[in-house]
Design a protein around this ligand. Structure first.
Ligand SMILES: NCc1[nH]cc(CCC(=O)O)c1CC(=O)O
Length: 309
């Protein structure tokens, strides 16, 4: 194995490749390095192989990271590029998130086949999504909709929509932008009504703890405000993560050294929801998120998490 080239591990979907290319471009710019200083190594994960079941039924988020983390630990790659929202809150021993790139737009979008707005879908229309959060938020606004499983990468989902498998779907604006597909969005959803997934829109770099070569490389592309927001959101998620069947949404915004956090948990049918807010200085990011997690858990009561399991 060449030792001078930095090996960047990623999944092989178009979105993952776009994210890896963005991370590489930032590393090149920050250090004045040529493209050849990096090699992008595509790794197929269990999440990519399993396409016929909802992720929540087969073990959740770790499915998209496990094989990549093994490659990091055995030295096959030097750093990994991920969507923060697909990252489990607990990482394997010996690995860490060493940088967050500047966050993209956090909002979800509605893409309609024949209507331009989520609220204009016909009564009982089929909405394709396999995200429990999007399902719950959509049903909260439109309990009549039939929300159905809609897995696969962004292009597959758009194809399914075109083929009439559903009347509409919901996707992250950030992902569409990275794929230069922003124009397919019919409606950008207001985060106050349709809060995003924790971590949405943020690319993170995972690497080995104590790697003296990779550390200074990635530190140069770390975005402090995005990092603080993500530390807050991940702490919130970590407190509530007991069940991957719980729809969770939320968002931390950073402005002038202060964090304002908003979090929400819902039942999958969208009929019950609890909200929480928290705020404080950026240096307290993780504490703000964790405390909001404990407070919303208390507010909801333990019965809430058992209502549907
Ligand atoms: N779960 C798949 C996934 N992971 C990250 C994104 C979008 C990009 C991002 O949030 O950074 C998507 C697709 C989507 O939800 O539309």
């Amino acid at each position: 194995m060449q030792t001078d080239v930095v090996r960047i591990g990623t999944r092989g979907s178009a979105l993952a490749l776009a994210q890896a290319a963005e991370a590489r471009a930032r590393l090149m710019a920050a250090h004045g390095l040529p493209e050849e200083a990096f090699e992008i190594v595509v790794i197929r994960t269990s999440g990519d192989r399993i396409q016929d079941r909802p992720l929540s039924a087969v073990g959740g988020k770790g499915l998209f990271t496990r094989e990549i983390e093994e490659a990091l630990l055995d030295g096959h790659i030097d750093l990994a590029v991920h969507s923060s929202k697909d990252m489990p809150t607990i990482l394997p021993e010996g690995l860490e998130i060493s940088a967050f790139l500047e966050r993209e737009d956090v909002r979800d979008v509605f893409i309609g086949r024949s209507v331009g707005r989520l609220e204009d879908l016909p009564q009982g229309a089929r909405l394709g999504t396999s995200s429990l959060r999007r399902q719950a938020l959509a049903l909260r606004l439109r309990p009549d909709l039939q929300v159905g499983m809609f897995r696969g990468n962004v292009q597959t989902r758009l194809k399914k929509l075109e083929d009439g498998v559903a009347e509409g779907t919901l996707l992250a604006l950030a992902g569409l932008r990275r794929l230069r597909l922003e124009h397919v969005a019919s409606e950008i959803l207001d985060p106050a009504i349709f809060p995003p997934a924790l971590g949405q829109g943020a690319i993170c770099i995972e690497s080995r703890v104590g790697d003296r070569r990779v550390r200074p490389l990635v530190e140069a592309i770390h975005h402090g405000e995005s990092g603080a927001a993500l530390a807050c959101e991940r702490a919130f998620l970590a407190v509530l993560d007991g069940s991957c069947r719980t729809p969770i949404a939320g968002l931390a915004r950073v402005e002038e050294g202060r964090i304002a956090f908003y979090g929400m948990i819902l039942t999958p049918d969208g009929r019950q929801a609890h909200e929480i807010t928290g705020e404080g200085g950026v240096e307290e990011a993780a504490r703000i998120g964790a405390e909001a997690g404990r407070r919303i858990r208390e507010k909801a009561g333990s019965g809430f998490f058992r209502t549907w399991e």
